[in-house]
Design a protein around this ligand. Structure first.
Ligand code: GAR
Length: 237
């Protein structure tokens, strides 16, 4: 990576920890990896809050155990479905209070509107379980197996209005084994995610990946000031 990839307007001046808000919907194993890294001091982050759109998400317990502020904005509270606009309005209020430098979607399963994404108080990245641009959306492991893919993995990309289509920052990949099922592949890819997410956040915290620049340009790979993206990791999966 060349020196020119280091930016003039760092997101994280004076070595302050990067303030992160995490949006979740499920188990929160990726959130746990970030909590562990924060507590161990191995990642310069402060998780300033967690938003869950499901009241039964185990991620809530993980955040509570770590004394991290949590907002549960359930999409089916008291039997009534919360529309996406209402969810987004509450989420935006909460994020404005927490003032994150970065918003991380880690297993967050609601589709956000262009208005919310464009006006969010910080850049937003998403962890997706495929080697984008292939297999956007759901059932990525099953679809990769059905297509006979030799390689599969996960990606972290900038969130834009188009689903799973923003600039891909990093990817981790593995070889699909003949005996792999959708379940085994999901488990193997999750192991990669648990390495890729902190690794990517480290690159952002250290301003090696300038997320502000990427969000503005919306296609970092075309910029002369940025490394060729995505950065690819071949990990033990
Ligand atoms: C992760 O495997 C992530 O790739 C996937 O949800 C899982 C959440 O796991 N995300 C998506 O499918 C987003 N489209 P976790 O709750 O244990 O971190």
């Amino acid at each position: 990576m060349s020196v020119s990839t280091l930016s003039a307007d760092p997101i994280n001046q004076a070595n302050k920890p990067l303030r992160i808000a995490v949006l979740v919907s499920g188990s929160g194993s990726n959130l746990q990896v970030l909590i562990d890294a924060m507590q161990a001091g191995s990642l310069p982050i402060e998780i300033v809050g967690v938003i869950s759109n499901r009241e039964d998400a185990y991620a809530i317990t993980r955040a509570q155990d770590a004394n991290i502020p949590i907002a549960v904005l359930s999409h089916v509270a008291k039997g009534k479905r919360m529309g996406i606009k209402t969810f987004e309005s509450h989420a935006n209020d909460q994020l404005t209070v927490w003032q994150p430098d970065l918003i991380v979607l880690a297993g967050f399963m609601r589709v956000l509107s262009a208005g919310f994404i464009d006006n969010a108080p910080a850049p937003m990245i998403n962890l997706h379980p495929s080697l984008l641009p292939v297999y956007k959306g759901l059932d990525t492991h099953q679809r990769a197996i059905q297509a006979g893919e030799r390689h599969h993995g996960c990606s972290i990309h900038v969130v834009t209005a188009e689903l799973d289509a923003g600039a891909v920052l990093t990817q981790a990949l593995l070889e699909v084994a003949q005996k792999d099922t959708a379940d085994s592949l999901q488990a193997r890819v999750q192991k990669l995610e648990h390495q890729l997410l902190p690794w990517t956040i480290m690159l952002i915290a250290k301003d090696i990946l300038n997320i502000n620049q990427l969000t503005t340009q919306n296609n970092g790979a075309k910029s002369a000031n940025l490394p060729a993206l995505p950065l690819k990791l071949w990990l033990n999966g």
